[in-house]
Every structure is written in structure tokens, then in C-alpha cells.
Design a protein around this ligand. Structure first.
Ligand SMILES: C[S@@+](CC[C@H](N)C(=O)[O-])C[C@H]1O[C@@H](n2cnc3c(N)ncnc32)[C@H](O)[C@@H]1O
Length: 223
């Protein structure tokens, strides 16, 4: 049988980072594949599949019915986390959206700052802005990984509130908790370096980020 999530793909990495046994809210669920795959594998008992748009939510509902999971996965029309209560979920996944939208969704739901909530965030753009915001608000980044999926690199950030607020400069935020020993993390950082090289042509203040990333990558690529 074809797996629901592409093995070693972007959503598989998100699924890997969800805690075993947790009640999940998947925000911006679209097709609903992430909660469906996690329920079928037995990693989680139940989930809320949420989307702000009725059409994707209907597609999630159709897929949930197809896999006979309506008793374990509830669909909900929700702008971000607005219709989700703190006592309903343990882990929150927000994947496939821009880093700024993910940040705004979290900022609108102060209950995610309960230290027991585990956030799995997969920004498609501006991951560094999300990292800076997480640190400034008192979240710890517990883990961060990268994956190569159909020729593109993606990162997934796991965060949990600790209350310790920290400033983080742009170079440190681009790297976050990515492990430069890992080939996919280096690939993601090389792509970020290319973006910063392009941006620095219009904004020379970004040259320091270019230099920091070049130095970091060089030191690991020569190892
Ligand atoms: C590109 S899809 C990502 C689907 C899936 N999470 C993934 O990573 O493959 C983005 C989904 O987020 C939904 N979305 C956009 N803004 C949202 C918001 N503020 N709250 C909830 N869902 C939102 C869209 O309707 C769309 O279904």
C-alpha cells in the first residue's frame, strides 16, 4: 500500500517530531495527511485537523472518512489556534506556511506558552524571523532538523516555552539548532547562504550574515 506521507519527506519529518501518545492539533491541515498518518501508525491516539478555509477542511474530512478515522480525528474550521482550547491538545503542528504567519498564529494563542505544549513548526520561508521571535518570547528550541524533499530543503523546528527570553542575532537565527554535521542541515544552510548573498546586493548590512554562514559551512565542509 502507498504510504500516506512520502518517506523521508517534509511532512514525514514533522510526523517524526510529534511526541508519541500526544493529542495533536494540526493547524492548516489541508488534506489532513499528517494526522491521518500519525493515527494509522498508532503514534498518536487522536487529533484535531484545523484549517481556516472550508475547502481544504472538506478535503481533510473526505480523507479522514476514507481511512475510517472519524472517531479519532475531528475537523475544525479555525483561524490559527483561535478555536482550539489548551486542554484539548498536547502537541501543535503548523506546517507549510510562511514563518511570519506561523509567528502570528502563535502570538494570537498565549496558551501555547504552557511549558508542557510541544510545537512542531515547519516554516516555508523566513524561518529566522520565527526563531528570533520564539527566543524573544521565552521559547526554547529543543530540536531542529532539515530534509531534502523533491530537490528542495526544508527545516522543522521543535519549540517549547521555558520563560527564558533571549536575544538572538540574525546569523544565529539562520542556523538555529541545525546541526552542521548533518548533510541536509548543511544543504539547508547553503540555500540560506544563497538567499542572503542575493539579499545583500540590495542591503550591504546583510554581508555579515553571508560571512558568518560562509565561515561556518567552510569549517564543516572541510572536515
Ligand atoms: C500549503 S497548505 C499546507 C498543508 C499542510 N500543513 C502541509 O504542510 O502540507 C497551507 C494550509 O494552511 C491553511 N491556512 C492558511 N492560513 C491559515 C490560518 N491562519 N489558520 C489555519 N489554516 C490556515 C490553508 O487554507 C492551507 O490549507
Amino acid at each position: 500500500m502507498t504510504p500516506i506521507l512520502k518517506p523521508h519527506g517534509r511532512l514525514s519529518l514533522c510526523a517524526e517530531m510529534v511526541r508519541e501518545g500526544s493529542r495533536l492539533a494540526d493547524i492548516g491541515t489541508d488534506h489532513g495527511y499528517l494526522p491521518i498518518a500519525l493515527c494509522i501508525s498508532g503514534k498518536i491516539p487522536c487529533a484535531l485537523a484545523c484549517d481556516v478555509n472550508p475547502l481544504p477542511l472538506q478535503s481533510a474530512r473526505d480523507n479522514i472518512e476514507k481511512y475510517d478515522l472519524s472517531d479519532r480525528i475531528q475537523t475544525r474550521l479555525s483561524d490559527g489556534l483561535k478555536e482550539v482550547r489548551a486542554d484539548e491538545v498536547d502537541d501543535v503542528v503548523i506546517a507549510g506556511m510562511g514563518g511570519e504567519l506561523i509567528r502570528d498564529i502563535l502570538a494570537d494563542a498565549p496558551w501555547v506558552q504552557g511549558g508542557e505544549k510541544h510545537l512542531v513548526l515547519q516554516p516555508m520561508t523566513h524561518h529566522e524571523d520565527l526563531v528570533i521571535w520564539l527566543y524573544a518570547c521565552g521559547f526554547d528550541i529543543e530540536d531542529q532538523k532539515a530534509v531534502l524533499d523533491e530537490g528542495k530543503y526544508y527545516t522543522v523546528v521543535c519549540a517549547r516555552f521555558s520563560g527564558e527570553k533571549r536575544a538572538c542575532d540574525l546569523s544565529a537565527a539562520v542556523v538555529g539548532k541545525l546541526d552542521p554535521h548533518d548533510e541536509n542541515c548543511r544543504g539547508f544552510l547553503r540555500r540560506s547562504l544563497q538567499n542572503y548573498r542575493n539579499k545583500s546586493k540590495g542591503d550591504p548590512s546583510l554581508l555579515s550574515v553571508v560571512n558568518d554562514l560562509e565561515e561556518l559551512l567552510l569549517s564543516y565542509e572541510n572536515k
